[in-house]
Design a protein around this ligand. Structure first.
Ligand SMILES: [Zn+2]
Length: 288
């Protein structure tokens, strides 16, 4: 698969006045591209953007208040060079970890909003990313507000081994709690969202929105082909293929994300009903 052969570094937005589109090869003027939300003016290719850009793009102006900003990963397995890698990623991105979250508003509707950043160690999910995602979900639950998460990830963080894998169960359990309270969870999957993240909270949205042509899946195409010994359909891990097969609900260009989410919240979010929900009636006990 063409997409799979791309190295993460190639997918970053390079510095400089001009850059080449990975979709069509066109040389694009950075300023114009930026004004177009880093979507190629010629072919619609969606360049990767930071977590902060999604905050600006989707939430009401200056409504975002970040939580747990300074959580940093330890090195539970004493994995060689992990500490250095983390520090490097922190310096490069300005984030402490690959996921940020907080409260904000979309068209004046209060939400809990989180976004991952691929530039931070490939958006990989270690114990801190998992914990922050779990806390975002719990906060949506206790505040009785919808949850929106923008995902991008290469998967679980290998430097934390089993601690990373535990985050799949933890985030999935928290989402079950949120679902029991009938609070909507909208996930936006962007290019690429793979492996452990796709296998947990990125695919558990009540509504799953994908950016056009995003690569989404669990294992890479070559690994699957090698395992099952069969040729896979062309583009089977793209947003459009998954839309056609029911795994994704909507493919929405970046420009339309905010109005689309806002419209969905208008339709599905009945505030009155959720506020009258009594905690005692739920099957889960909350420890706070
Ligand atoms: Zn292009």
């Amino acid at each position: 698969m063409k997409e799979n052969s791309k190295t993460p570094s190639k997918m970053e937005i390079p510095k400089g006045l001009w850059l080449r589109c990975d979709g069509c090869g066109e040389i694009l003027y950075r300023k114009s591209l930026e004004q177009n939300l880093f979507v190629c003016m010629r072919c619609g290719y969606h360049f990767r953007i930071s977590a902060t850009k999604y905050v600006e793009l989707i939430l009401d102006n200056e409504s975002f208040e970040e939580f747990d900003k300074n959580f940093v990963s330890g090195n539970p397995l004493n994995f060689p060079n992990y500490k250095e890698k983390l520090e490097e990623a922190q310096k490069k991105t300005g984030y402490k970890e690959a996921f940020i979250y907080g409260r904000g508003r979309i068209n004046n509707i209060a939400v809990i909003f989180g976004a991952m950043d691929f530039n931070f160690m490939g958006g990989s999910m270690g114990s801190v990313v998992g914990e922050k995602v779990a806390r975002a979900i719990r906060k949506a639950y206790t505040d009785r507000v919808p949850l929106i998460i923008v995902a991008t990830s290469g998967g679980a963080r290998m430097q934390e081994g089993i601690f990373s894998l535990m985050q799949l169960a933890k985030t999935a359990a928290e989402l079950a709690l949120l679902a029991s309270a009938k609070i909507p969870y909208i996930v936006v999957v962007t290019n690429p969202t793979m492996a452990g993240v796709m296998a947990s909270y990125a695919s558990l949205g009540d509504i799953i929105i994908a950016e056009p042509k995003a690569l989404l899946g669990f294992a890479g195409a070559r690994v699957i082909e090698g395992t099952i010994g069969e040729k896979l359909p062309e583009g089977f891990q793209t947003a459009e293929f998954l839309l056609a097969h029911g795994f994704v609900d909507l493919v929405v260009p970046r420009k339309q994300l905010r109005p689309t989410i806002s419209k969905i919240l208008d339709i599905v979010w009945n505030k009155k009903e959720s506020q009258s929900l009594e905690t005692e009636k739920l099957n889960y006990k909350i420890e706070e």
